[in-house]
Design a protein around this ligand. Structure first.
Ligand code: SF4
Ligand code: SF4
Length: 164
């Protein structure tokens, strides 16, 4: 029933399909010369904006020390319990620092809660989206992998100050 009604509605040119095929090819041709929105990764790297939430990192001050005061808030709020912090005392003004700070990147869900609760702007979401591991041990990111110079995450910190 439906088929009969459709045949009646189609014009002669529509029934032979050729003009529609030509229209489709013309559209393809026009699209080929439009600006591309895709990136040919990995040859071309995607550079995310400051609002991007890549893997969490620890902010390293210009003096080479971490900003973190080992309060443990981030570990408490982390939904998959991916963060482990062990505090120790220091002679510095901040009095405490994390002698151990570890994030299990297999567990991390990139939610950004740790960044939200941190009172020191010491943990932020970076632009790093390239993560690969060949074992569970490799996915445990300690301070050696987490500490990131403040210059590299300054735009994220500025973004948070503006929108948090
Ligand atoms: S981004 Fe979320 S899941 Fe990942 S470490 Fe922070 S709080 Fe935990
Ligand atoms: S990163 Fe921030 S919230 Fe987490 S322990 Fe350090 S100071 Fe506290």
């Amino acid at each position: 029933m439906n088929l009969r009604r459709r045949k009646k509605d189609l014009t002669f040119w529509e029934r032979i399909y050729i003009p529609e095929i030509i229209k489709g090819l013309a559209l393809t041709l026009r699209t080929m010369f439009k600006p591309k929105f895709t990136v040919e990764y990995p040859e071309v790297k995607f550079i995310p904006p400051a609002s991007y939430r890549g893997r969490p990192v620890l902010v390293m001050e210009e003096n080479g020390k971490e900003r973190c005061v080992a309060c443990g808030l981030c570990a408490r709020v982390c939904p998959p319990l991916a963060i482990e912090v062990q505090a120790a005392e220091t002679q510095d003004e901040k009095e405490r620092y994390p002698v151990k700070f570890e994030i299990n990147m297999i567990r991390c869900i990139f939610c950004g809660f740790c960044e939200e609760v941190c009172p020191e702007e010491a943990i932020v979401m970076s632009k790093d989206y390239e993560l690969s591991f060949s074992s569970r041990e490799e996915a445990l990111y300690g301070k050696d992998k987490l500490l990131t110079p403040i210059k590299q995450v300054q735009d994220r910190i500025d973004f948070l100050r503006h929108y948090k």
